[in-house]
Design a protein around this ligand. Structure first.
Ligand SMILES: Cc1ncc(COP(=O)(O)O)c(C=O)c1O
Length: 427
């Protein structure tokens, strides 16, 4: 049990761990310590079972193409998943939920289908953005289609005064992450959205990292669009969500086109072909959809909803604090971000502070040199090149936590950092 705050219902961590078969098996005779949930969350057995049942026993096409009994069942499950996502985000309705292949596709849809105009062609992003969000806008700017401004951050913090000064009457869109996958903590996305809206700027919020241990409420966030990926919530790969107010989604032009995106196609065999696009979400869901993925996401949300949200936060926040404190006492590394910010998130990242502390080598050490266990973390630039240029380093080491993480696991990791530092830097 976690020493959770009085208000938060305690999380039964052993019960949570039992949901994940990967935590109790061994690979090459070693137990897994999984500190890589920011890359992707472990998958609960219930999600795997749901996918196995779908593919083995159903596997038919939903989407109102075929209408036999098999398809009707799959379509019913697809729409139930859409409604479950809407409920999870506290959205107004299922039509606000577009299924995508992940956060990356959601960001690309908004970047490319946004109706820039009325003298507003500027997009503001922050230097905390993941490449999924940063690169579509960077490339669009390189092609001269928009103007891009990158809001600088310090120690993972966004200065709202600086951001405010960058939002002007030429700005169409603000794209901001709600939790950095490098610097941890959370960002003031709601406050930023308020500033943006005051100036008529639309807001895209990247919730890919945030939803790992937080809940989102789009009815109060103030954003126009929110994106997340199912796999970071214990759902399947290849499925994610673009949420948007219906009016905002329907103001977007088209993106990927194909089956399932049109109301009608008029053609008199001589003149032009005139497609009439469906409203959201159909307009954005071209081709046969990832029905299994959507159904698996629904299952992942059920697992998530069965755990106390504030208990997860209290547990993970306390572990992040413990880990950041331990790591900050190791002189050969430099923990990024400020302790008081880190504990609001779910990860701790550090850079080497000694020339012989080599992140790639340390990763090998975690896999091969510990007795009876191996620790899964991530080293590198974490697809966050802008932030790494800001930090002036090529590689950082990230440990990311989840509801199933224990004190013993974070202590084992901190001990491993200490012993590696000793061996590599002073051995
Ligand atoms: C903050 C953030 N945004 C976006 C993404 C991209 O998510 P996906 O690759 O699932 O589309 C990630 C993935 O690591 C992320 O951490």
């Amino acid at each position: 049990m976690t020493p959770a705050s009085a208000a938060a219902p305690a999380l039964d961590v052993e019960k949570v761990r039992a949901l994940y078969p990967a935590l109790s098996r061994e690979i090459s005779g070693k137990k897994l310590v999984y500190l890589d949930s920011a890359c992707t969350a472990l998958k609960p057995a219930a999600v795997a079972a749901r996918l196995a049942d779908f593919y083995a026993n159903w596997g038919g096409c939903g989407g109102k193409r075929s209408t036999h009994l098999l398809s009707q069942q799959v379509e019913t499950w697809l729409q139930a998943s859409r409604q479950a996502v809407a409920d999870f985000l506290r959205a107004d309705g299922a039509n606000e939920v577009v299924f995508t292949s992940g956060t990356t596709e959601a960001a690309n849809i908004v970047c490319h289908a946004f109706p820039y105009g009325d003298g507003r062609r500027k997009v503001v992003i922050t230097d905390l953005e993941h490449n999924a969000v940063a690169l579509p806008f960077i490339e669009k700017a390189r092609r001269g289609e928009i103007e891009l401004a990158i809001c600088p951050t310090k120690d993972g913090r966004i200065d709202l005064n600086v951001l405010d000064s960058m939002l002007d009457d030429k700005t169409a869109l603000l794209a901001i992450t709600h939790a950095s996958n490098v610097m941890g903590g959370v960002t003031p996305a709601a406050e930023a959205a308020k500033l943006a809206r005051r100036k008529g700027v639309k807001v895209f919020v990247d919730d890919a990292q945030y939803l790992g241990t937080h809940r989102e409420d789009v009815s109060t966030l103030g954003a126009d669009f929110v994106a997340f990926s199912a796999h970071k919530l214990g759902g399947p790969f290849g499925i994610g969500v673009l949420w948007g107010h219906e009016t905002e989604l329907n103001r977007l032009s088209t993106w990927k086109l194909g089956g399932g995106t049109v109301k009608s196609v008029a053609w008199d065999l001589k003149g032009p072909v005139e497609p009439v696009w469906l409203d959201a979400p159909g307009r954005f869901e071209a081709g046969v959809q990832n029905f299994g993925g959507a159904i698996g996401l629904h299952e992942a949300l059920k697992v998530r909803e069965s755990l106390p949200a504030s208990g997860i936060r209290a547990h993970v926040g306390a572990l992040v604090r413990r880990l950041a404190e331990s790591l900050s006492r190791i002189p050969e590394i430099r923990v990024l971000g400020r302790p008081e910010d880190l504990e609001k998130g779910s990860l701790v990242t550090f850079a080497a502070a000694h020339p012989d502390f080599a992140p790639v080598d340390f990763n090998l050490y975690l896999n091969h040199e510990l007795r009876g266990t191996f620790v899964a973390i991530r080293v590198g630039e974490h697809c966050a090149h802008l932030q790494h240029r800001r930090l002036g380093v090529d590689a950082t080491v990230r440990a990311s936590l989840a509801a199933h993480t224990t004190e013993a696991e974070v202590d084992l990791f901190a001990d491993a950092v200490r012993s590696y530092a000793q061996e590599a830097c002073h051995g």
